[in-house]
Design a protein around this ligand. Structure first.
Ligand code: TRP
Length: 332
C-alpha cells in the first residue's frame, strides 16, 4: 500500500510564482507516487478571522488555482477541511490530552498573541491540535511542510505518540516531515526581498491569475541599482535576484546574454526587465486562462469538491470509528 502524504493550505491570498515553483510543483510530483491528501484549511482561518470575508469565495479561488496549477483530483484527494467534520471530533479527543503549557510554548502561538492581543482565543492556542487532527485523521505518514510549520508538526508527533501510549495501542503512525531537500526552487521577490511572498509588499509577487499589464508594471518597478562599476563584479542581491528569476522563466541563452552584458558593463536593466516580463507572461498566461475557465465552471468545481469530500470522509470516518472504540465509547 502506498504511504500517505498530507498537506493543508490556508485559504489566504492567491497562488504566486513562488508557491508554484515551490510547494505546488512538489505536490504535483508527490501525487504520482503517494496516496496524497491535500485540503483547504478553512476551519483554521477562524483562529485569526472570526468572521472571514467571503470565506466560501476564497476557498473556491484556492481550489481553482491549485487545480489550474496541476493538482489532479483523480490522483490526489483534494478536499475542503470543513467538508470532513470528523476532524473536529478527533480535535476534541486530542485536546483532552494536550496541555496548556506545551501549547503556550509554540512559537507561532506566541507570534499570534503579539499580532492580535485582542483576540487570543482558545482556537489559536489549540491550532496545533487541530493541525494534528488533520494529519492523524488519515493516519498520514509524511507531511511536506516549510520551516515555519516544523514546530506544529512536532506537536502532531507528540500527540500521536501520546495517544498510542495513553491508550496502549500502536494506532497512529508518527508523522514525519517530508524533506524537500534541495529540490525546492526558491523564487526571489521583486522588491529586493530574497523570497517571493515573504513580504506583503504590493509589487513583490507575481500571481498565477495576474494579467499581462500588471505583470509588466511590477517587473519594470523591480529594484535595481545604478549598474556595475567594474567588469565581472559580484552582483548585489537585488540584481542577483533578478537574474535568478530569469533563470527560472527564461531560456538559458537569454540569461547568458544579460549575464555577459552585466560582466561587460553594458547591461541595460530596462531591456532586461522587458525581456523578463515577457518571459513571465509566457509562463503565467496558460495558468490565468485555466483559472478563468475553471472559475466559470461551477459544475466541475462542485464535482471535484464532492469527490474529494467523499474520499476524505471515507478515510476519516474509519479512523474516528476506531478511535472511539479505542477510547471506550460504545453506542447502545
Ligand atoms: N498550518 C499550516 C500553514 O499555516 C496549514 C495546515 C493546516 C497544515 N493543517 C495542516 C499543513 C496539516 C500541514 C498539515 O501553512
Amino acid at each position: 500500500m502506498k504511504e500517505i502524504v498530507l498537506s493543508g493550505i490556508r485559504p489566504t491570498g492567491n497562488l504566486h510564482l513562488g508557491n508554484y515553483y515551490g510547494a505546488v510543483q512538489n505536490f504535483i510530483k508527490l501525487q504520482d507516487n503517494y496516496n496524497c491528501y491535500f485540503f483547504i484549511a478553512d476551519y483554521h482561518s477562524l483562529t485569526t478571522h472570526p468572521h472571514p470575508d467571503d470565506l466560501h469565495g476564497r476557498v473556491k479561488q484556492i481550489l481553482v488555482e491549485y487545480l489550474a496549477a496541476g493538482l489532479d483530483p483523480e490522483k490526489a484527494t483534494l478536499y475542503v477541511q470543513s467538508d470532513v467534520p470528523e476532524v473536529v471530533e478527533l480535535y476534541l479527543f486530542l485536546n483532552m490530552n494536550a496541555y496548556i503549557g506545551e501549547l503556550e510554548r509554540v512559537t507561532t502561538f506566541k507570534e499570534k498573541v503579539r499580532k492580535q492581543p485582542d483576540n487570543v482565543n482558545a482556537g489559536l492556542l489549540t491550532y496545533p491540535t487541530l493541525m494534528a487532527a488533520d494529519i492523524l485523521i488519515h493516519k498520514s505518514n509524511y507531511i511536506p511542510v516549510g520551516k515555519d510549520q516544523e514546530q506544529n508538526l512536532e506537536k502532531a508527533r507528540d500527540f500521536a505518540e501520546r495517544f498510542n501510549r495513553i491508550y496502549g495501542v500502536d494506532f497512529f503512525p508518527v508523522p514525519q516531515a517530508f524533506n524537500y531537500g534541495n529540490a525546492l526552487i526558491k523564487v526571489p521577490g521583486l522588491d529586493g526581498s530574497g523570497k517571493m511572498g515573504k513580504s506583503e509588499g504590493e509589487g513583490n509577487a507575481i500571481f498565477l491569475c495576474e494579467d499581462d499589464k500588471s505583470i509588466r508594471k511590477k517587473v519594470m518597478r523591480a529594484v535595481t541599482d545604478s549598474g556595475p562599476t567594474e567588469p565581472n563584479q559580484v552582483k548585489p542581491e537585488p540584481i542577483q535576484n533578478l537574474f535568478n528569476l530569469m533563470k527560472i522563466v527564461s531560456a538559458p541563452e537569454t540569461v547568458q546574454f544579460f549575464d555577459d552584458a552585466y560582466n561587460n558593463m553594458n547591461i541595460r536593466y530596462g531591456d532586461m526587465k522587458k525581456q523578463l516580463a515577457e518571459d513571465i507572461i509566457k509562463v503565467v498566461t496558460p495558468f490565468r486562462e485555466r483559472i478563468i475557465e475553471l472559475s466559470n465552471d461551477d459544475e466541475y468545481i462542485k464535482k471535484v469538491a464532492r469527490m474529494g469530500a467523499e474520499k476524505a470522509h471515507e478515510s476519516a470516518s474509519k479512523t474516528i470509528k476506531e478511535v472511539r472504540e479505542i477510547i471506550g465509547f460504545r453506542s447502545f
